[in-house]
Write a protein that binds this ligand. Structure first.
Ligand code: LRH
Ligand code: MN
Length: 426
């Protein structure tokens, strides 16, 4: 489903005047504080987030999965759905593929289709946490960490294949997340498992093209419930440094034990020049993969505060990869993704309103109250008009969720695809 540009223009007409007033009001407020409204709006317009190919249908848990109808059943339909989100938000300019869930059948056709929708290919994801029907070896007891060299070699070969698929699509990075670990004490030798993982990653790293990056994603538990080999940022950093300059740590916001100070992890990784990118989502308890900003919006703001500081001060850290990693159990997947994009831009815009000069001054003077006031003043600023203006000037709609419903998108997709189509993915 693709919208005509005229539909978008007509949709925005009624909301334009009010937006203009809001932007002028907010502009006066933040210009008085020394910020440049136009510059901030441009940064928001330029900020592109990759949509996961595995999160365009209904997610589920072991207790059940409830379909939405009109779910995409091919990579072509997934790219078309991301294209629609991008038309509305002008922020979803990339897709992150998961292999083998989304192996292209016709590479040229897929690249043309993505081009048609102004969508680039961000990181490709390998999958050695499930056994493929035709696989010789099983990953039941691990993949790159497995005690068996045959199984490690099979997993290494799969990652090399994923890199080749990415090369054919124009992707420039691979994300490696390993479920490897144990569910009972004594089940594995921690040191052997970590050494095997390091050696396996170094094997994969050898085939990484010069202009590529390897993202090593960590996670404390699930599907293993006693130990995970790549359990935290420190382990991921050790492994990345053990590989080389093209290897980085990927931070999935849901992969932290409760109350972990993620913004401090982000600051540390940026200082080391080893932060590669993000899987944005939110969570209350575990790896809940909920809508970004739905549970801990202040924590998300604090993370972006460290990102804005790092992007200004850590020139040794590469350009970051921004990706969503979510699963939709009760919300329309496309609405959920649109809300996540909005929450990401809101946190970024608020962080762009932190006066770092004053903050450093207050930190020098140990004026703790002033430090908090400076952060919370930015966080408590309603920045939504800046995001709406960024979308409008990029050719998107002012209110994407409202437009998504006004254009009756889900029912259109159900009419086209039926009610019981199931998308590959989580
Ligand atoms: C693991 C993870 C990883 C993906 C998977 C879909 O929990 O976050 O990024 O491979 O979800
Ligand atoms: Mn993830």
């Amino acid at each position: 489903m693709q919208l005509k540009q005229q539909q978008i223009i007509d949709y925005n007409t009624s909301a334009k005047e009010e937006l203009n007033n809001n932007v002028n009001f907010l502009g006066n407020l933040i210009e008085k504080k020394g910020f440049n409204t136009r510059e901030i709006i441009q940064k928001l317009a330029d900020f592109q987030v990759a949509i996961p190919s595995w999160a365009l249908g209904a997610g589920g848990t072991r207790f059940g999965r409830f379909s939405f109808g009109g779910e995409p059943t091919s990579l072509e339909e997934k790219i078309s759905d991301i294209g629609l989100i991008h038309q509305l938000t002008q922020t979803a300019g990339a897709i992150s593929l998961h292999i083998p869930w989304d192996i292209p059948k016709d590479y040229n056709a897929i690249k043309e289709l993505a081009n048609l929708h102004n969508i680039k290919f961000d990181a490709v994801n390998s999958n050695t946490f499930q056994d493929q029907s035709n696989a010789k070896e099983s990953y039941k007891y691990g993949s790159l960490a497995n005690i068996s060299k045959q199984i490690r070699d099979q997993a290494i070969a799969h990652n090399n294949e994923v890199i080749n698929i990415g090369k054919m699509l124009g992707s420039k990075s691979i994300t490696i997340w390993l479920a490897d670990g144990s569910s009972f004490p004594g089940q594995i030798n921690f040191q052997t498992a970590l050494q095997n993982t390091q050696q396996s990653l170094q094997e994969i790293y050898k085939t990484l093209p010069n202009n590529w990056k390897m993202f090593i994603e960590y996670k404390p538990y699930e599907p293993n419930f006693y130990s995970t080999v790549v359990k935290d940022w420190g382990t991921s950093l050790i492994l990345a440094e053990g590989c080389g300059n093209k290897a980085y740590t990927l931070v999935d916001l849901g992969h932290h034990l409760p109350n972990t100070n993620i913004e401090q992890i982000v600051a540390t990784l940026m200082l080391k020049g080893k932060l590669g990118g993000f899987h944005f989502n939110d969570s209350k308890y575990g790896d809940d993969d909920l809508t970004v900003g739905a549970i801990k919006p202040y924590a998300l703001f604090l993370i972006f505060n460290e990102l804005v500081y790092g992007m200004q001060n850590n020139k040794n850290n590469p350009e970051l990869s921004w990706m969503i990693d979510a699963s939709h159990n009760v919300k329309d997947p496309l609405e959920d993704l649109i809300q996540s994009l909005d929450a990401i831009l809101i946190a970024y815009a608020q962080a762009l309103l932190v006066d770092h000069t004053q903050l450093q001054q207050a930190q020098q003077e140990n004026d703790v109250t002033k430090c908090q006031e400076l952060l919370q003043d930015a966080y408590r600023t309603d920045v939504r008009p800046l995001i709406q203006q960024a979308r409008l000037q990029s050719g998107g709609v002012i209110n994407p969720i409202d437009a998504y419903r006004k254009f009756n998108v889900r029912n259109q997709l159900i009419k086209e695809r039926g009610t019981d189509t199931i998308a590959t993915g989580l």
